[in-house]
Ligand binder design. Structure first.
Ligand SMILES: [Zn+2]
Length: 96
């Protein structure tokens, strides 16, 4: 797992830098100032979220308490969000 690197200057973005940029529509490289785009064809990026219904089913089968199920779901969402910088791939702006 790796944080993404800028498609223009090649500088690898730090975890914090990537994380900050994820929530912005445009991902500006702090090294060269160029605009990078989020490459969305990374199908594995939603695997953690797909895991939630499975966890919920297992939790129901095991007859876990509701608060525990909610806790597990929250942890899964947090894991999903915290791993985002490692799954983020950048691409150059398509200049037409
Ligand atoms: Zn750059």
């Amino acid at each position: 797992m790796q944080t993404p690197s800028c498609k223009y200057c090649g500088a690898q973005w730090s975890y914090a830098e990537t994380f900050k940029n994820i929530f912005k529509p445009r991902m500006i490289c702090s090294h060269c100032g160029e605009e990078n785009y989020y490459q969305s064809d990374n199908k594995s990026s939603w695997i953690t979220l797909f895991g939630i219904p499975i966890v919920l089913m297992v939790a129901l089968l095991l007859d876990l308490s509701t608060s525990l199920i909610i806790l597990i779901s929250v942890i899964l969402v947090l894991v999903h969000v915290s791993l985002f910088p490692y799954r983020t791939k950048l691409k150059k702006v398509d200049k037409k």
